[in-house]
Design a protein around this ligand. Sequence first.
Ligand code: T5A
Ligand code: NA
Length: 209
Amino acid sequence: MSFKRGAFIVIEGVDRSGKSTQCRKLVESLGVKGLKAELLTFPDRKTPIGGLISNYLTDKTCTLNDKAIHLLFAANRWEKNERIKDLLNNGCSVIVDRYSYSGIAYSSIKKDMDINWCMQPEVGLPKPDLVFLLTLTDEEMASRPGFGEERYENINIQKSVKAVFKKFAECEDNWKVISAADTIDKIHQQLLKDVLIKVKEVETSPIEN
Ligand code: T5A
Ligand code: NA
């Protein structure tokens, strides 16, 4: 039998758009269908680098140079480079909660943070086969539970981030925009349908960078 790799799926969106909820449900549903799938989350706060990131996000008094924190977020992805490739090469789909696009969006909206500079540390990481962008209106965004607790959870930052995501969705061919205002189940059914198509589509193609 010929070799079959897993699909690399990313969910992006502003804070509290339901990314984690949808990622968990996708892994669950793929499992029920007998398809191997694993969840990865960025930032992964459990590694030493992730611990530094978590401290930066939760402690708003923590002063860290903008370029330094940007590189930590990127390093936190590079830590998982081999893991992602190994899983895909072993026929396991990888469902990822935020990826390089979050890294670029949240950093490039800061003063003196050039978007091209922000993209460089991401170059060479495995390229997702499909990126879902969960979108919310500004009002829906502000009314999500928990909003406002961590750094970046204010409406002006989220609006700017949303604009960068929108540009990615327009420029990249493998992005799909989904309204995050539907019910959890309805969104899940939409995502699952596309993911199942993608799993079939990419199973014999090489992983891209
Ligand atoms: N960041 C991240 C960078 O600056 N650079 C980077 O490189 C990366 C990777 C932390 C921050 O780090 C920044 C971006 C972030 O500001 P995070 O840990 O992913 O990133 O934090 P959040 O995005 O804030 O994660 P959340 O868990 O808060 O948001 P989710 O995952 O989008 O939302 P979720 O699923 O947890 O749901 C939030 C709430 O809404 C409800 C849920 O039950 C939950 O209560 N909900 C819904 N309610 C109504 N309708 C629906 N359809 C719903 N779906 C979920
Ligand atoms: Na999350």
